[in-house]
Each structure stands twice: as C-alpha cells, then as structure tokens.
Design a protein around this ligand. Structure first.
Ligand SMILES: Nc1ncnc2c1ncn2[C@@H]1O[C@H](COP(=O)(O)OP(=O)(O)O)[C@@H](O)[C@H]1O
Ligand SMILES: [Mg+2]
Ligand SMILES: [Zn+2]
Length: 346
C-alpha cells in the first residue's frame, strides 16, 4: 500500500509546509513540550507526524543523541526502527476509539511514572483523542497538570471541538490546514519517483482535485489507477465514479429536455456518481465550446445549437453550482438547481 510505504518519515517529506516548519521549530527548541495536540482533517499527516516526533526525540544518531546537528530521525537506529514497527516499549500508540474505558486510561497513566527503558522520553500517542470518556480525560488531565519530565503526550484528533478545553489549553496546539492541490501533486510526484513511473501533470491535477484535500485519498486513487492501468485523465474519472454518466448533458440542454435531465442526474446520484468531476468536465466543455463559437481552435466542433449568451449563462450557473457543492447536504442539488435556473429565466 502506497500510503504506508510513502508515509513521511522526515520533516522534509511532510508536504504541508506550515506544519513542517512548526514541527521543525519544536524539535529545534530548548525543551520539548510535554503535550502536543495535532488537529485537522483526515489523511493530512497527524499520525505520521506524531511518529516523526516520537522517533526524532529518541533517535540514537541525531542532535538529541548529540551525534549530529540534524533534528530529523535517522530512521535506521534501533529506536527509530522499533518505533516505526510499533515494538518500542517506551512509545505507546493508543487508539482513543478503542481505549475509551477509564480502567485502560488509568492503567496507562499508572505507568507514566516509570522511567523509559531505552529512550530519553516515554511517548504516548493518543489517536482519535476526542473519543476518550470524561473519566479518561480527567485521568489524563491530572497527569498533564504535573507531567513527569521524561514523558510526552501527543494527542491527535479530527474533531478538536469535542476535546475538553482544559486538555487543549495544556497542549501546544498545531492545527493542520487542508492540503491544497499543489501540495498533493508534490506528494504524488514523490510516490511516482519512488515507483519509477511517469505521469502527466494533468493526471496528477485531476487526482488532487478529487482527493477531498486528503493526502491519503490522493495516494489511494493513484495506487488504484496504477494497479488498474488507468493512469490517464479518463481513467481517473473512471475510478472516482464519473463513468456512470454516459449522456451528453449539453445535448439534452440544447433539446430543452428538463425532465430527462433531472431524472438522469437523480440516477447518477443514486448510483454513487460524483458531482465534482462531472461539473468540472462540463465547465471544461463549455469553455471549449465558447472558444469554438468565437472562432478559436478547440476540440469541440459541434455548436449544440446554443447561443453565446446561453453558453455564458451556463458557465455562470455551473460555476455557482460547483462552488455550492461543498455546502450542499444533497450532492445532486446544486447542479439540478443550475439546470432549473437556466430554463426558468428565459
Ligand atoms: N503531510 C503529508 N505529506 C505527505 N504525505 C502525507 C501527508 N499526510 C498524509 N500523507 C499520506 O497519507 C497517509 C496517511 O497519513 P496519516 O498521517 O495517517 O494521516 P492522518 O493521521 O492525519 O489521518 C500517509 O501515510 C501518507 O502517505
Ligand atoms: Mg491518523
Ligand atoms: Zn534514529
């Protein structure tokens, strides 16, 4: 699985610059904070970064071991390797979702007072931290109030609003922004380089646009495209569910067949079709159609019986639908409204 093989292992592999800078600043600081809270959307690097931190501060070959000036983990010494494998006895990775009970939390916190066995710091990585019970949070809070010197807590969550403010206020808080397309394309290129595979920029852009701003989702789409031999723009559309659409929307629009249009969109939605790539595709078609109508070179050579002002209007309405997609609880709704709008305002 690419998303495991290409998990960032060093600061420079974190394709999210603002966060990478903050992590570097923490590691270069005089003392490591005893509680760090990582919050942000899924697939953005929270777990990866928690592990980079755990490895960095316990590495046997970097600045923390006084061996080099680098704060990065070497990823080769015993501590780095055992932390990566999850077998290091001083680094605990706890899934908040399955360790919710107070006894488990107490059990864990009871061990906090013991010195680490082989490392400088005992590290507790608590993933999905918002899932802990109130009692578990209270036990954690007591420890955070008087943290032993050799212990560091790294909490990660997608839902910071569900974290008690008493806990949040005791942590150094790093909030991850959503990944933009440039960062995602950059990450995809790193994978392609590792796999010695070439792909056009346009393909990578298409993956990025459809990855929900998640590095993990983008990685999965790329992997599927390679496995299924679909590393092309059409292939990517296929993978993300665009294939269900075999009607030409513009043709139906020019025929003013609103009923068919709406029922096709309903069907597309029911079959799990994705509207983001669909609208993108038609905006691209409309753009090309406009160029053709203006006498410029374009790969569209039929005029669909649409006037320039109709095309412009469609572009405006489809762009608006595209923007509204994000906030619409029903994915098909923005495009349906655009089509109804188009026919009602004549
Ligand atoms: N900031 C990032 N830079 C590069 N790749 C990333 C980044 N964040 C996530 N990834 C990719 O996504 C995968 C999952 O990331 P993970 O750290 O588990 O995310 P989270 O814990 O935020 O859900 C990683 O293994 C890696 O392939
Ligand atoms: Mg995670
Ligand atoms: Zn190391």
């Amino acid at each position: 699985m690419y998303y495991l093989i290409y998990r960032p292992n060093t600061i420079s592999e974190i394709d999210l610059e603002v966060v990478a800078d903050k992590i570097e600043a923490i590691l270069k600081g005089k003392s490591i904070p005893h509680a760090i809270l990582l919050t942000g959307p899924k697939g953005i690097g929270k777990t990866s970064i928690a592990r980079i931190l755990a490895k960095a501060i316990n590495c046997e070959k970097n600045s923390f071991a006084n061996i080099s000036t680098s704060v990065d983990p070497c990823n080769r010494c015993y501590n780095c390797l055992s932390i990566a494998q999850g077998s290091n006895l001083d680094v605990y990775e706890i899934d908040g979702a399955s360790n919710r009970k107070i006894d488990e939390m107490r059990n864990l916190i009871d061990k906090v007072k013991f010195l680490p066995i082989r490392t400088h710091f005992k590290v507790y990585i608590i993933d999905e931290a918002h899932m802990l019970t109130k009692e578990a949070f209270n036990a954690l809070l007591k420890t955070l109030e008087e943290p032993p010197k050799h212990t560091i807590f790294i909490l990660a969550t997608t839902e910071v609003d569900k974290m008690p403010t008493t806990i949040v206020s005791r942590c150094i808080h790093i909030n991850f922004p959503r990944a933009n397309n440039t960062s995602i394309v950059h990450m995809l290129k790193r994978i392609l380089k590792g796999e010695k595979i070439k792909a056009d920029e346009e393909i990578l852009e298409t993956i990025a646009k459809n990855s929900d701003n998640s590095f993990r989702d983008a990685t999965k789409i790329l992997e599927q495209a390679i496995i299924e031999n679909k590393l092309s723009v059409a292939g990517i559309h296929d993978i993300i569910g665009f294939k269900l659409f075999d009607q030409d929307l513009l043709l139906l629009i020019s025929k003013q067949n609103v009923k068919d249009l709406l029922s096709i969109l309903e069907n597309y939605d029911k079959n799990g079709g994705s509207f983001k790539p669909l609208i993108e595709y038609y905006l691209d078609r409309l753009h090309k159609l406009l160029l053709f109508k203006k006498g410029l070179d374009s790969d569209i050579t039929t005029d669909y019986n649409l006037t320039i002002s109709q095309i412009v209007k469609l572009i405006r309405l489809f762009s608006e639908a595209y923007r509204n997609l994000k906030y619409s609880p029903i994915e098909s709704l923005p495009l349906e409204l655009a089509i109804i709008d188009f026919f009602s305002e004549k």
